[in-house]
Design a protein around this ligand. Structure first.
Ligand code: SAH
Length: 343
């Protein structure tokens, strides 16, 4: 069975022709799937019942099941644990901002990158998400919360640039003028720093925002908490970031999870300022979310203090608003829990 929601219009046209149906039917089907967002072939009411049966026999419209839904009592944040068609789980977080609803989606079941402070690293890697599984996190959340999403961040479980092909297809389907029509200016991809893929993404000139997870500004220290740094050290990463800015004109956001006694001293701020000098950079500071298997911790106050250090050094930084702190909105924690229970 083909995963019909992962197909672009051209692929659908080819598949429809192979079924000896007229090519224009593909457009109708694509519209039902990506504009009307129906979940059953039987709902495609302008197609003959014979064609609908044919579709059912050849294609599958994938679905996600809500395994868990946690609603914050402190703000409007909602966290979903979705069950995928093969029984695996991923997390999606819905957040309310001044200008609308933003969703944080997962791109892989687990992650290979092994960042020390991250819950996804502990739960282990299983597989890439398909394009449809990324789209469905948006559709299912919009349906369940009865809202329209205006911003998307690929900052959930997984490393988006380690699932490059499916993520690129996701962007293609998301922004298709014949389908979902979402401007990629409202999309942010976060990466731990897969250098060749950052360059490849730059060349695609998608208009999206790139966020780079830095967390340490010296190779020696970054090697300890982010194994990816051994493969792509900071100088190579910075060169790729400069290339991204030169090609796209889009300023890069650097993510820095403040961890007390690990990366929050004035000397750490100086190292960071030196690394980012001569760049149009913006630093996003996040007090690290404590994962219970690890000892890292921070408060909003320590993040604010580090922000002041950076300001003294001429680096533009903000402390990210903490949302959903009562529902473990940091991604990876829920999936890890459910997997532990199963074992
Ligand atoms: N793999 C991608 C995207 C997923 S993680 C990346 O590394 O960017 C999204 C962000 O959350 C990254 O900046 C990541 O470093 C950060 N993060 C992971 N665990 C965290 C924790 N315990 N506290 C704060 N931020 C964390």
């Amino acid at each position: 069975m083909q995963d019909i929601l992962s197909m672009n219009l051209q692929e659908l046209q080819t598949a429809i022709q192979e079924l000896h149906e007229p090519i224009y039917k593909a457009k109708q089907i694509y519209h039902w799937l990506h504009v009307r967002k129906i979940q059953e072939f039987s709902q495609m009411t302008d197609l003959s019942s014979a064609l609908r049966l044919k579709l059912e026999a050849n294609f599958e419209i994938k679905k996600l099941i809500i395994s868990k839904k946690l609603e914050s009592k402190l703000d409007d944040t909602v966290k979903y644990l979705y069950q995928l068609p093969d029984g695996q789980h991923v997390e999606t977080v819905l957040m309310h901002y001044q200008h609308g609803w933003r969703i944080c989606i997962s791109t892989q079941v687990g992650c290979k990158m092994g960042c020390q402070f991250c819950a996804s690293a502990i739960a282990g890697y299983v597989r890439n998400l398909t394009t449809s599984e990324m789209l469905l996190q948006i559709d299912e959340t919009e349906r369940n919360a009865n809202i329209k999403i205006s911003g998307i961040v690929l900052m959930g479980i997984g490393e988006p640039l380690d699932n490059f092909q499916n993520v690129m297809k996701f962007l293609e389907l998301l922004s298709d003028s014949k389908g979902r029509q979402m401007s990629l200016r409202h999309v942010t991809i976060s990466t731990c720093g897969i250098v060749p893929k950052i360059r490849e993404l730059a060349d695609k000139k998608t208009g999206l925002t790139l966020a780079v997870s830095l967390h340490q500004a010296s190779d020696l220290q970054r090697n300890k908490i982010m194994p990816v740094n051994k493969k792509y050290p900071l100088q190579e990463l910075m060169n790729a970031c400069k290339y991204y800015f030169a090609v796209t004109g889009r300023r890069i956001t650097y993510e820095y999870a403040v961890m007390e006694d690990e990366n929050d001293s004035f000397a750490d701020a100086q190292t960071l300022a030196k690394l980012l000098k001569n760049q149009q950079a913006h630093v996003n500071l996040i007090p690290v979310n404590t994962v219970k298997e690890r000892n890292y911790h921070a408060t909003r106050k320590s993040a604010k203090k580090f922000m002041q250090y950076l300001e003294i050094l001429g680096i533009h930084a903000t402390v990210r608003r903490t949302l959903g702190s009562d529902i473990q909105a940091a991604c990876g924690q829920l999936r890890h829990e459910i997997d532990n229970k199963r074992e």
